[in-house]
Each structure stands twice: as C-alpha cells, then as structure tokens.
Ligand binder design. Structure first.
Ligand code: UDP
Length: 408
C-alpha cells in the first residue's frame, strides 16, 4: 500500500489567508473583520450524518473554518434507526415532490427518535443553533426555553413539494426563527423569516485540489478505468432523483455516434437507505462500456472530474448540486439536468449545458466529444463562475452576516 498523503487524508482545516490569493486580500480582510466582531459567539449545527451527501460536504469545511476564525462552533449528529432513516428518506422524497404516504406509524417513529436525541443534545449555552434538513427538524419543538435564534436549513429541491408533507412539517418549522433555503425560488411563505444561502465548495479539499496528469492516470488505473476512450462520468449518490437510468440511456444513445466509456461513481450516505437497492438495479442493466463504482474516494472523484471529457449531472430534482460546482471548478464541461440548483450554476451554452431529458443529454454528449475546443471554452467559463460565486469563503461570509443580524 502506498503511504497516505497527509494533506489529502485529513478533514481539511483551512484558514481564510489561504483564500486570499483566490478571492483577493481585501475580501479576506473584510470577512476576518466580520468574524472578529462575532468572536464571542458559540454556534451549534445539528445534522444526521458525518458521511455522504452535500450537507456533510458543506459542514466539514464550514465548521472547521468558523473555529479557525475564532467562533466556537460545534457539530452535533442525531442518531437514527433504520426505520427512522426510512421515514426521513420518505420526507426527503416528498419534499422533492414524490406523492407517497406518511402514515401515523411513520410520524410516531420520526417524532420519537428526534425526541430521544433531544434529551441528550445540549445547546443551552449556544448563541445560535442551525438544524439541517428534515431528519432533526422537530428538535426545536423539544427545547422549551430558547434565548438564542434557531435556524432550520433545508438543502433539498423545494420547487414543488408534496403539499400534505409541508402541512405536516410546518408545525415543526414554525418553531424556528428563520428557515434557510438554497435558492430564492424555494421560498415557501412560512410566516417566519426566510433566508437564502447558496452552497459552496472548499477548493483546498482533497476532492478539489490540483492533481498532476500522472496522479490522475495512476488513480484511474487503480480503479480499472481504461485510458483509451474518452470518459463520460456522473458522480452521485445512487438515488432516483440523480436519474442514473437516464444517464445510462443517454450514454447508450451517444455511444452510437462517438466512442466513449461511462463511469458512474457513488458513495452511500449513512442516512440514505435507498442507495443499495438502486445500485443493485443499475448493476443489472449495464454492459462492458459502463463502469459502476460504489466507493468513497475523494481523490477518485477529483481525478474523474478532471479527466472526463464530459461530466453529467442528469438530476430530475437537485437542491443545489455540489457535484456540478466541483466539476465546474476543475474546468470540466458539465451537462446538467435543467432543474433546481443546477439551473443556478449552469448558464446554458456559456459555462455548460442544461438538458431536459435523455435525447438532449445524448446530443450534448456527442457535441462536446466531437469538439474539444468547445469543451475547453465551457470549462474556462465554468471555473470562473465558481470562483466568483461558489467558494466556501462566500458561504462563511453569508453565515457571519446572518449571525450578526440575529445576534441577541
Ligand atoms: N460524493 C462523493 N463521492 C461519491 C458521490 C458523491 O464524495 O461517490 C460527494 C460529492 O462530491 C458532493 C456530495 O457528495 O460533494 C454530494 O453533494 P450534492 O449536492 O451533489 O448532492 P446530495 O448528495 O447532497 O444530494
């Protein structure tokens, strides 16, 4: 086994100074000044996993950076049972529009498990509590005395939530001081403050740092990805909303006109019980041109996003889509589903392509594979747009502004 590289094997504790060369010294100083004014605060985040999915990707660098700039910031997890995560995955799916039932027994399991967690999460000394996504949402309900602001941050695509689900969840959301969504179009008229914080990436994380050509070659070959043909890749949890079947169909259509290999890579979040079944389903329907990898390897994600001729993110719902941001930051040509947060990131034809359906996705794959200059142009524009809008320094500043506004 090769000796692990320390910088690429840690969580990634980065300072604001490291951002200065990318965002400019002035911006870095402005953010440091805002942090200084809040340095007596204690903040707590609550989510349901340290492993897998976009919330983890955001909270890892955000909580570390908050501490690095002097604001004491904790990150609590709620523990669940398989039945609990089955219920919360249903809620997640319903918030993204699925029309399914959430019977009384599910409600009881959901509410009881959050109550059990509430008995041992102590945030009384904090100055702000930020609860993420539906899993821990009822937590605020169990905290009787609240002298600090509570925020519920919802990261899913709320463009058309299932109305009965909103009705049910509203009783819990109403306990918060503000709800935070990824995009203005997800606003819900909840009767409490609604704020918008767009996600962002850590450019210094192992997943995003520069890799040399030989490092990319080695990494891809270790995972059995052949170097001969251009790669088309999607990096995603195995989830119906990421439309892996649509990706395979689009690839098969494109493959009739251009030579290429498809790589689907996914890790499985510990709070997502549907991944295994979807992965098995995909594996049954593939052939030699398609490689499916169920591994958790940030360097492999990095290498693929750098080497692939096309990165797909053919989601049918997408709260934001950090995989799109990560690939764009690496100058990839990204084809994304014309939904949710992907539409926010990709300006069709300028820094990537937006597609409605399999046929359009197949056409764009063919177009990019036949035109390397187009790929380079889209990639250059993509990287610039991430630098301007979607780096962790901006997300940190958004949070500092919110904390300043709600300070009591
Ligand atoms: N991810 C990963 N390995 C994988 C698949 C996904 O590390 O095999 C990461 C991906 O790089 C991104 C996050 O998981 O940082 C997924 O975030 P996104 O917003 O795209 O989707 P979510 O999973 O939150 O719906």
């Amino acid at each position: 086994l090769a000796t692990p590289d320390i910088d690429r094997s840690t969580l990634g504790l980065h300072s604001l100074e490291q951002y200065a060369p990318i965002i400019g010294r002035k911006a870095a100083e402005r953010i440091a000044g805002k942090a200084e004014r809040l340095s007596t605060l204690r903040v707590a985040h609550v989510s349901s996993t340290f492993y897998g999915g976009g919330v983890t990707e955001i909270l890892t660098p955000l909580t570390l950076m908050m501490n690095a700039i002097g604001i004491e910031t904790d990150w609590h997890l709620i523990q669940g049972t398989p039945a609990f995560f089955g219920c919360t995955k249903k809620l997640h799916n319903m918030l993204q529009g699925a029309d399914i039932d959430f019977p009384e027994v599910d409600r009881q399991i959901y509410e009881q498990v959050v109550f059990e967690n509430a008995t041992r999460i102590h945030v009384e000394e904090c100055d702000a509590v930020i609860v993420h996504d539906p899993q821990p949402l009822p937590l605020a309900h169990h905290i009787a005395e609240r002298r600090m602001p509570w925020f519920w941050q919802c990261h899913v695509d709320l463009s058309s939530p299932h109305p009965p689900t909103w009705k049910y969840l509203r009783q819990f959301i109403g306990q918060y001081d503000a709800a935070i969504f990824s995009l203005p179009e997800y606003g819900q008229n909840l009767g409490i403050d609604e704020l918008f914080v767009t996600p962002a990436i850590n450019p210094f994380a192992a997943k995003n740092v520069e890799l040399s050509d030989s490092e990319i070659d080695d990494c891809l070959s270790q995972h059995g990805i052949p170097p001969e043909r251009p790669l088309v890749a999607q990096v995603s949890r195995f989830d119906v909303w990421k439309d892996p079947k649509g990706v395979i169909e689009a690839f098969r259509k494109a493959r009739k006109e251009v030579d290429c290999t498809l790589v689907l890579i996914g890790n499985n979040a510990s709070d997502d019980p549907e991944g295994e079944t979807i992965l098995e389903d995909i594996k049954r329907s593939i052939d030699d041109d398609i490689i499916v990898l169920a591994v958790d390897d940030p360097i492999l994600v990095n290498a693929l996003q750098r080497r692939a001729a096309v990165i797909l993110q053919k989601s049918t719902r997408e709260g934001f889509g950090l995989t799109v941001t990560e690939a764009m930051w690496k100058g990839a040509a990204v084809i994304g589903g014309n939904v949710g947060g992907i539409r926010r990131q990709i300006v069709d034809g300028d820094n990537g392509f937006l597609v409605d359906g399999v046929d359009q996705a197949a056409e764009r794959i063919v177009q990019i594979l036949k035109d390397p200059a187009l790929r380079r142009r889209l990639g250059r524009r993509a990287k610039e747009s991430v630098r301007e809008k979607f780096l962790m320094s901006r997300l940190l500043e958004d949070w500092l502004d919110i904390l300043a506004r709600y300070q009591r």
